[in-house]
Design a binder for this molecule. Structure first.
Ligand code: ADP
Ligand code: ADP
Length: 228
């Protein structure tokens, strides 16, 4: 079980006039799902980057079970926190092959069938995704591409799942469905979900609203949204 504490974090990108994150605190306990919302430029991606140690804090810190994130090995950071980036990609082969080519099974250690089933089963079942596995990567829709990207992330089974705009660039109906499926499947998983969609976030434990690098609101969805 992993606890991640982000404490008064300030991150400034090289050459930037103002910090991208300006005193952000966040607490992730096992099973807690936090959604980060806010306008473009608010600092959402920077927060995920800081959690993956891809952005250096100017001050404040990130602690993983009490240890400073800066003191962990690169491998440990990658194993602890991984997920979905904004750049889903696909090879020119079937979705099934795509899962083998880019995912934990592409690494040295092959996953056993039981492990694979345990990690992927709920997602496949919830989305009805197995029917699409034989389809060619060249003809898939945006929704299929995102389902593939999420399948990859779930196969890694990270203690903390980081998701950057999983429903980006999808039409309204596909986005709604993807988010509903996702929030259901990750219901017991420690997650940081960056999104600009408030819809469907009723079930997450905390919604954090960022603006210009600062937390301007935080709470449950029903505490923040005036007209649900
Ligand atoms: P989003 O709002 O979806 O996070 P952005 O357009 O802000 O997307 O950022 C896309 C990518 O470009 C990110 O990797 C971000 O770090 C980078 N980026 C954003 N703003 C700048 C900037 N002013 N200079 C250099 N890179 C930037
Ligand atoms: P969001 O994900 O909420 O859109 P970002 O974290 O991408 O916000 O960006 C926060 C701020 O930091 C923005 O002002 C953006 O232009 C700036 N920024 C992001 N990445 C970089 C970068 N690599 N270099 C310089 N500025 C950046």
């Amino acid at each position: 079980p992993l606890t991640v504490e982000v404490d008064d974090l300030v991150v400034r990108h090289p050459g930037a006039a103002r910090p991208a994150l300006d005193g952000v605190s966040l607490r992730l306990t096992p099973g807690r799902r936090v959604a980060i919302v806010g306008p473009s430029g608010a600092g959402k991606s920077t927060l995920l980057a800081a959690l993956m140690r891809l952005a250096e804090p100017e001050s404040g810190n990130i602690r993983v079970n009490g240890a400073d994130l800066r003191d962990l090995s690169g491998d440990d950071v990658r194993t602890l926190m991984t997920g979905l980036t904004q750049d889903p990609y696909i090879f020119r082969t079937t979705l099934r092959d795509n899962l083998r080519l880019a995912g934990p099974e592409a690494d040295d250690e092959r996953l056993g069938a039981a492990v694979r089933e345990a990690r992927l089963g709920p997602w496949v079942e919830r989305t009805g995704w197995d029917a699409e596995l034989g389809e060619d990567g060249r003809t898939v829709s945006g929704g299929q591409l995102q389902r593939l990207a999420l399948a990859r992330a779930l196969l890694y089974d990270p203690p903390v799942l980081l998701l950057d705009e999983p429903a980006e660039a999808l039409d309204e109906e596909t986005a709604d469905r993807l988010m509903a499926d996702l929030l259901d499947v990750i219901r017991d998983r420690t997650t940081v979900l960056v999104t600009h969609r408030l819809k469907g976030l009723e079930s997450v434990d905390e919604v954090v609203v960022l603006d210009e690098g600062r937390v301007v609101q935080r709470g449950r969805h029903d505490e923040l949204v005036a007209v649900p």
